[in-house]
Design a binder for this molecule. Structure first.
Ligand code: ATP
Length: 305
């Protein structure tokens, strides 16, 4: 048995003249959580939809759970758990009916029993007869996850599952996801929340305008970018714009009590700060994931991790 849940290469998707996904490679191992990140419109949803058999790729090849993504999309749909953006619930069905519907599309045996078990596992009993459309964001998210897990999939594809839900719901959502991954479920999850990448994901994959620019652990990717950052205490925000225009500076931002500059070349950045008489007081700080994402979004540099 392979340890790989997703292995695809050269995936391409066009919408008319637009190349939404431009030949991306992606691997996700069993029991691994990979955060799929990148700016709005970069191609995350399109990629996820190709992986779960809802969109046919225009190019590329690969497997999900051993099934060919171009030929065996029906088998993939059957075996993968998918949460779409906005949760994809039937708002005029009750919580119990949504779970029942999910059980029936997967043609599960003992449906009623499984629905009751899911209501219990996800602590949805109190809302069982409420219409899904009347639930709060956090409960909709929980129900949507329960529906995606109804058929005990080995791979979860989650498209911005935590968008618009409160911190407590996010935390309990991630608690469930980490439990599932400990049981061997592979997870690819798109998110705009950096803390979810840092705290809960094993690796990240960063996509920009349909191209995968970086993938690896957070530490690997930051190291590969060779980004360095300095805090410049007491520097006025007036200097910020000037600093940002320097070739050595990829980003300059205001912090409490000063400015922070980031760049991919330590020597060049130090020279630049020296030219402005700022090097003596500059304090080296560790670049953050946010620094990295800004850098990748602005400079589109492909990292080789
Ligand atoms: N069905 C479609 N028809 C035409 N263009 C589409 C379609 N679906 C997506 N696109 C375009 O493809 C590009 C990638 O969109 P996609 O939704 O995959 O990005 P995303 O990274 O998921 O964005 P977000 O973070 O905002 O959800 C965008 O320019 C989008 O407008």
């Amino acid at each position: 048995m392979s340890d790989t849940a997703i292995a695809v290469s050269g995936l391409i998707k066009r919408f008319g003249d637009q190349l939404a996904v431009r030949g991306i490679d992606l691997e996700v191992g069993k029991g691994e959580i990979v955060a799929f990140v990148g700016p709005n419109g970069s191609g995350k949803t399109t990629t996820i939809r190709m992986l779960c058999g809802l969109l046919t790729p225009d190019g590329g090849e690969g497997h999900c759970l051993g099934f060919d993504i171009r030929r065996e999309y029906d088998a993939i749909k059957e075996h993968v758990g998918y949460m779409s953006q906005g949760f994809g619930l039937y708002s005029d069905l009750t919580v119990r009916e949504n779970l029942g519907f999910s059980a029936s599309i997967h043609q599960l045996d003992a449906r009623q029993q499984k629905v009751e078990a899911a209501l219990h596992e996800f602590q949805l009993q109190h809302y069982a007869n409420h219409l899904a459309g009347t639930l709060s964001g956090g409960w909709k998210q929980r129900l949507s996850l329960a529906c995606a897990l109804m058929h005990e999939p080995e791979l979860l594809l989650l498209d911005e599952p935590t968008g618009g839900v409160d911190p407590e719901s996010r935390r309990s959502f991630w608690h469930i996801i980490r439990q599932k991954s400990a049981q061997g479920v592979a997870v690819l999850v798109s998110t705009h929340y950096l803390d979810e990448v840092e705290l809960y994901s094993d690796r990240l994959a960063y996509i920009h305008t349909g191209t995968m620019l970086a993938s690896g652990t957070m530490q690997e990717v930051i190291k590969q970018s060779s980004l360095v950052a300095f805090r410049l205490p007491g520097v006025s925000t007036a200097l910020l714009e000037t600093l940002e225009k320097q070739a050595a500076v990829s980003m300059a931002e205001v912090l409490a009590g000063g400015v922070k500059v980031t760049g991919p070349d330590r020597m060049a950045l130090e020279r630049c700060l020296n030219d402005f008489g700022l090097l003596t007081d500059a304090e080296a700080v560790a670049p953050t994931l946010e620094d990295l994402f800004f850098y990748l979004a602005r400079h589109h540099r492909q990292l080789d991790v």
